[in-house]
Design a protein around this ligand. Structure first.
Ligand SMILES: NC(=O)c1ccc[n+]([C@@H]2O[C@H](COP(=O)([O-])OP(=O)(O)OC[C@H]3O[C@@H](n4cnc5c(N)ncnc54)[C@H](OP(=O)(O)O)[C@@H]3O)[C@@H](O)[C@H]2O)c1
Length: 223
């Protein structure tokens, strides 16, 4: 990753933060963006090796903010998006449409629009890695909104792998990090941010992988 510029949208916390730390360790020039990245800059710079990263503020649901960010950042090599939507948990027949739309606006339309607007800023040999989730592969009652969003993101990465080639487009489907009730059921238990960060680095580095989803869930889809 020496000399590579990587934009991590959602890099201010969780998996995105772990990805950013690993990228810096591997020599990349890392740009961290999220709604609070500027506000959190001092704190983030105090962590491990994140002092040298650049920090930008962006709300992925607002097209003009994405455009402004991209104009300021300029050309880069790899785009990683780890933005999380608000959690919508409710039985299908009881879901509030506005909650479903809000989740789609962030996690589906946010990633979709970001890829559309960022394409021309990505250098030859570059890649886009989206975030989906295990629920796209294995639904649970009450989680239909995230199942559908995650499934759509995995399909989007396949479709764009063809249309945006030779830019490579992939997705990572993280499993569960915090639901304690699942800890003893999942073959490898709950995941950590650091574990789930690894496939993002693999997908970015492997020049022959495109249109693929890596499920990083400790076997949760199997049980
Ligand atoms: N947590 C899990 O157990 C789990 C399970 C399956 C899948 N996933 C998926 O894995 C990915 C990473 O999850 P995580 O747990 O690491 O999430 P997280 O810790 O909540 O981090 C999400 C990041 O996205 C940013 N963000 C949220 N809304 C944004 C917006 N509108 N515009 C720009 N940035 C925004 C947040 O920063 P700001 O608040 O500063 O904007 C933060 O940096 C997500 O796509 C999530 O859906 C997570």
């Amino acid at each position: 990753m020496e000399q590579k510029r990587v934009l991590v949208v959602g890099g201010s916390s969780g998996v995105g933060l772990a990805v950013s730390k690993k990228l810096v360790e591997s020599g990349a020039d890392v740009i961290i963006a999220s709604r609070s990245a500027i506000k959190e800059k001092k704190y983030l710079q105090s962590l491990d090796n994140l002092k040298k990263c650049s920090y930008y503020s962006v709300d992925i649901t607002i097209e003009n903010e994405i455009k402004k960010l991209l104009e300021e950042v300029g050309m880069f090599d790899h785009l990683i998006i780890t933005v999380k939507s608000p959690l919508v948990v409710s039985q299908f027949l009881e879901l509030k449409q506005e909650d479903v739309h809000h989740a789609f606006d962030t996690k589906f339309w946010g990633q979709y629009n970001f890829a559309r607007l960022a394409y021309k800023y990505i250098n030859k040999g570059g890649s886009i890695t989206f975030s989906s989730g295990t629920l796209g592969e294995r639904p649970y009652p009450g989680y239909s909104t995230l199942s559908v969003i995650n499934g759509a993101i995995n399909s989007l990465s396949k479709a764009l792998a063809i249309e945006l080639s030779p830019i490579r487009v992939n997705s990572v489907a993280p499993g569960f990090k915090t639901i304690k009730e699942l800890e003893d059921i999942i073959p490898l238990g709950l995941g950590s941010d650091s574990q789930i960060a690894n496939p993002y680095l693999f997908l970015m580095n492997d020049s022959y992988v495109t249109g693929t989803t890596i499920v990083s869930d400790g076997g949760a889809v199997l049980v």
